[in-house]
Structure formats: C-alpha cells, structure tokens
Design a binder for this molecule. Structure first.
Ligand SMILES: Nc1ncnc2c1ncn2[C@@H]1O[C@H](COP(=O)(O)OP(=O)(O)OP(=O)(O)O)[C@@H](O)[C@H]1O
Length: 244
C-alpha cells in the first residue's frame, strides 16, 4: 500500500504544482489517475518514483517512509514507473533492456511472450537497438514490457495509451486486466482514456495540483462522464479522446 501525506512540490521557476495531496493507493487494485492537462498527474507520479523530491509531505510504501530515498533505492523496493515519454538508450538492445528490468537472462520464449503482450512481433524487435530508429509507439510499448518484466510492488504507468495504435491499445487493456487479476502489489495507471478508467477499481481525479475527487469507479466515473467524458477539461459531451 502506498500512502501520500500532505505532499507538495514547487517548480524550480516557482509555482506550486502539487498542493498538499493526501492519497492512499491500496494493494490488489487498479487505481486510475485522471484529470485535465497540466493538473499535476505526471509530477505526482515522478514524486512517487523518486524522480522529483517533494518540498514537504511524506511517501510511505507498506508503512516504510521512502520520501528520502532516491529513484534507484525506490526501484529496489519495487517501485516502477513507465514514462509518458520514454527515454531512448543508445547501445542497448530491446533484449538488454527487458533483461535488465527482469534482473536476469530470459529465455527467448519469455522475451517473446512479454513483447507480444504489448503488441510487438518479438522476433523482429529483440535485437534492435533502443535508439532513435524506433517509433514513438514502439518505444512506448517496449517500456511497458520492461515494467511487466519487473514484477514490482507498485507499478505506475503514465498515459500508456499515448502514441499507441488502436490494436495495441486493445491489447494493453487486456494486459492491465491480467495484471489486475494477478496483483500482489498496487497498479496505478495515469490516463485520459474512458476504456482504462472503466476497468479501474478506484479513480482519482487531480486538477490544479489537488485531488478533486477520489473513490470507487462506480462512484467517480458517472460524475466524470456527466462532466464531459474522461477529460474534465474537454467541452461538455466530449468523450475525452476515447477510442470508442
Ligand atoms: N519542471 C517544471 N518546471 C515548471 N513547470 C513545471 C515543471 N514540471 C511540471 N510543470 C508544470 O506543472 C503542471 C503540471 O504538469 P504535469 O505534467 O504534472 O501535468 P499532467 O496532469 O500530467 O498533464 P497531462 O495530462 O498534460 O500529461 C504543468 O502546468 C506543467 O507545465
């Protein structure tokens, strides 16, 4: 279980981006975080992953205060974060990256299974370098595969739908459903997509650096949809970019 207590973060240029967030992310559930663009979702995810340091407040993982731990120490404790815009690693192949995430050499079949879950034809990709030659959607899917390889206690996916084609997106929904079934930690997905929100157990809405609404999907989703789809910032009646 992850607990955020009175978490705040101010940008170096000034301006408070995360404003006193209190949130509990339970184990065994898929928690979706949504809200308008610029609301503070990615910043919150980076605070959880240890990529940013809060000005004040605490982050507890299974009761342990991890606020002062850096990104590597948090990763060692099982916190894993898939970027909205993944980083490219010149010189590393897809196989290297997935094996690094898994912490072990993997048989060809396991690598293939993992990559095919995110819609990549594995044999074509295993020995490709993770550099600029990969498309945005390909690199995004490879990064999602690395999080799958990690078997972490807390996995945070930042807008996994971004840049992903419809076929792979449908696959991805199945992957999250499957992860949700086998969870022994927590799964957090930041998303604007109604199809992802509709498989979540809990939904948290963040706007202007604060939690605007949080609760069970059955309670939160209807009011979100009534406000204008999964995207509160979109015009009324819009589905917030849903694929449906
Ligand atoms: N390092 C930074 N310096 C200045 N402003 C920043 C910094 N990082 C984030 N911000 C600002 O903080 C706000 C929240 O950004 P964040 O990326 O967390 O939003 P988001 O909810 O994830 O948005 P989106 O839905 O568009 O991905 C934005 O206005 C952004 O410009």
């Amino acid at each position: 279980m992850l607990e955020l207590q009175q978490l705040t973060w101010t940008a170096p240029e000034g301006g408070q981006i995360v404003r006193g967030v209190n949130l509990t992310i339970p184990d065994g559930k898929l928690t979706a975080i949504t809200g308008p663009n610029g609301g503070g979702k990615t910043t919150l995810a980076k605070l959880i992953a240890g990529l940013l340091t809060p000005d004040s407040g605490k982050i507890l993982l299974d009761g342990e205060d991890i606020t002062a731990l850096d990104v590597t120490e948090r990763a060692q404790r099982g916190v894993s974060y898939a970027f909205q815009q993944p980083v490219r690693f010149k010189g590393l192949t897809v196989r290297d990256l997935v094996e690094l995430a898994a912490g072990d050499k993997l048989p060809e079949q396991s690598l293939c299974d993992m990559l095919s879950k995110v819609g990549l034809c594995a044999r074509e990709y295993i020995d490709r370098e993770v550099n600029a030659s990969l498309s945005g959607g390909e690199i995004k899917r490879i990064e999602i595969a690395t999080v799958l390889a990690r078997h972490t206690r807390l996995s945070v996916f930042d807008e996994p739908e971004a840049g992903i084609d419809l076929w792979s997106f449908t696959n991805l929904i199945d992957v999250f459903r499957e992860m949700r079934q086998k969870l022994d930690g927590s799964l957090v997905v930041i998303s604007h997509q109604e199809r992802i929100l509709s498989i979540a157990d809990e939904i948290v809405v963040i706007a202007d650096g604060r939690i605007q609404n949080a609760g069970a999907r059955e309670e939160v989703l209807p009011s979100l949809l009534a406000e204008g789809g999964a995207c509160p910032a979109c015009p009324k009646g819009s589905k917030g970019g849903s694929y449906e």
